[in-house]
Ligand binder design. Structure first.
Ligand code: PHE
Length: 364
């Protein structure tokens, strides 16, 4: 009996080898697998025969069947590789020597949001929670919207604060130096009360160094109504800054000057790097200045009231604020050079994949 099964096994190996040599594709190989290794294939029928053998012979027969199984599985795997490889070589036209087909594929280059977009989205999100709407304005402005309407008439010394790119000086056409002209444009368009933020590119004839860029982004805020006061301004900005930088930060308001706000304030947060102890980022002061703000100057309201009487300064009050987005992104993400934002170095940009989080869900 045992000789008989050993003989049969030998025959099976020969037959299987002969058959598999002629196999050219996966369908044929599958038929072969079913015939030899399948549920009613050779291996299992041999295994079933063992039960009718004499006990002394069982171990030997079992061993032989296992050997057979190993040989057949080996043949199968060998052939499978050969078919797959020949498919790749013939059908996909690759050369055998350069193709290592078990290598993982190349990771596709996904597009990610730019860090400026990411921080802008989180900033917008915070103001949305406070009921602010979102508005925009043109990058090419007139000197009326950029300066005069903002209580900065020609020859006013404050015009020196923003070295301006003029597109046509004689016509007063320029690239906006800040997002504040959007204050004027929204007030001309909407009656009070309302509150909006606006984000956009601004342009100044600044040097291009680690903390300045001739093109940068600002976020402007404006809230106008019938009884808006400085406490509203403080409340909104402290909430915003704590949401963005963490509840533990301190916020400082110092008197400042802007022609279009009175009183004006310069707002700083306790240094996010050294937590207020003093370091190179905060110049040893423990504070980082990040916002300009104030109550809308009555002269600004007067300029609007000429077209839209509901803005008469004895009826209406409001606050405005403005901040540089690059500066906020630099502090939030510990970026030490503003030029990183514009160099399009893929190694820099892909670092922000992980920072997407919820921001990914909000569209501008
Ligand atoms: N526009 C000012 C600047 O660019 C910032 C600002 C906006 C200040 C609104 C007060 C109110 O520096």
């Amino acid at each position: 009996m045992s000789n008989e099964i050993i003989g049969k096994i030998k025959e099976t190996v020969e037959l299987a080898e002969k058959e598999i040599k002629n196999i050219k594709n996966n369908d044929e190989l599958e038929q072969w697998r079913i015939k030899y290794l399948g549920r009613s294939g050779f291996i299992l029928s041999f295994t079933r025969e063992i039960s009718s053998m004499h006990d002394d012979l069982k171990p030997l027969a079992g061993k032989e069947i296992n050997k057979l199984k190993k040989i057949l599985t080996g043949l199968y795997e060998e052939k499978k590789k050969e078919i797959d490889l020949s498919y790749v070589i013939n059908e996909l036209g690759h050369k055998k020597e350069v193709l290592i087909y078990t290598y993982p594929g190349r990771e596709p280059d996904f597009a990610y949001f730019h860090p400026i977009t990411i921080i802008t989205k989180s900033m917008i999100n915070i103001f949305k929670k406070m009921g602010f709407g979102i508005w925009t304005g043109p990058e090419i402005e007139t000197d009326y919207y950029n300066f005069s309407a903002l209580n900065t008439p020609e020859n006013h010394p404050a015009r020196d604060m923003w070295d301006t790119f003029y597109l046509d000086y004689s016509k007063g056409i320029l690239l906006r130096t800040h997002t504040s002209p959007i204050q004027i444009r929204t007030m001309e368009r909407f009656k009070p009360p309302f509150r909006i933020i606006a984000v956009g590119k601004c342009f100044r004839k600044d040097a291009f160094d680690s903390s300045h860029s001739p093109v940068f982004h600002q976020m402007e805020g404006l809230m106008v109504g019938f009884d808006i006061n400085f406490a509203h301004l403080k409340g909104a900005l402290i909430y915003f800054l704590r949401e963005l930088f963490g509840a533990e930060i301190k916020v400082r308001f110092l008197p400042a000057y802007f022609p279009f706000t009175e009183p004006s304030a310069e707002i700083s947060i306790s240094c996010v790097i050294c937590k207020g102890k003093g370091c190179s980022t905060c110049g040893g002061t423990g504070w980082l200045e990040i916002l300009g703000a104030g109550m809308i100057h009555p002269e600004v309201f007067k300029n609007i009231a000429r077209k839209e009487p509901s803005y008469s300064p004895d009826k209406i009050t409001g606050f405005a604020f403005g901040m540089g987005i690059e500066r906020i992104a630099m502090l939030k993400y510990c970026i030490n050079d503003i030029r990183h934002f514009y160099n399009n170095d893929i190694r820099f940009l892909t670092q922000f994949r992980l920072n997407l989080g919820d921001n990914n869900e909000i569209l501008l």
